[in-house]
Design a protein around this ligand. Structure first.
Ligand SMILES: [Zn+2]
Length: 133
């Protein structure tokens, strides 16, 4: 008999190859077929209008909504470390880890650069991406 407390799968969004191919990245998620609402975690129905949802991919870039420095011990992370909620362009809001302990400022642009070994989305300031390009 299986436990009801067992996780049914990793609910975190995944990074996939974007429409440009190669190093172009996108974030996989779902979009409501009724109202178009973007969703980062798998659900059977849209939380807004209850229509069915379909798999979708979203741009890897967006705007920081909120950010902070965490000083708690989390498996796989050495405190302190910075995290942020990133609102992907025309997409859902996703939790990302950002370099160092200084949080990226809200309303600044950031870009998802990949996933950590433990499956967390990683992002950097969008300006930092352009400087290294
Ligand atoms: Zn909907």
């Amino acid at each position: 008999m299986s436990s009801t407390t067992e996780p049914t799968g990793d609910p975190r969004p995944r990074v996939v190859t974007g429409p440009g191919g190669g190093s172009d990245l996108a974030v996989a998620g779902w979009r409501c077929t009724g109202c178009g609402h973007p969703i980062a975690q798998q659900v059977s129905r849209c939380p807004l209008c209850r229509s069915v949802v379909a798999g979708s991919v979203f741009p890897a870039e967006g705007e920081i909504w909120a950010s902070t420095c965490l000083r708690v011990r989390v498996p796989g992370h050495t405190p302190p470390f910075a995290v942020a909620y990133l609102v992907l362009d025309d997409g859902p809001r996703v939790l990302v880890h950002t370099p160092g302990e200084q949080p990226l400022p809200p309303a600044s642009r950031a870009k998802v650069t990949g996933m950590s070994e433990t499956g967390d989305l990683l992002a950097v300031a969008a300006a930092a991406v352009e400087e290294t390009a």
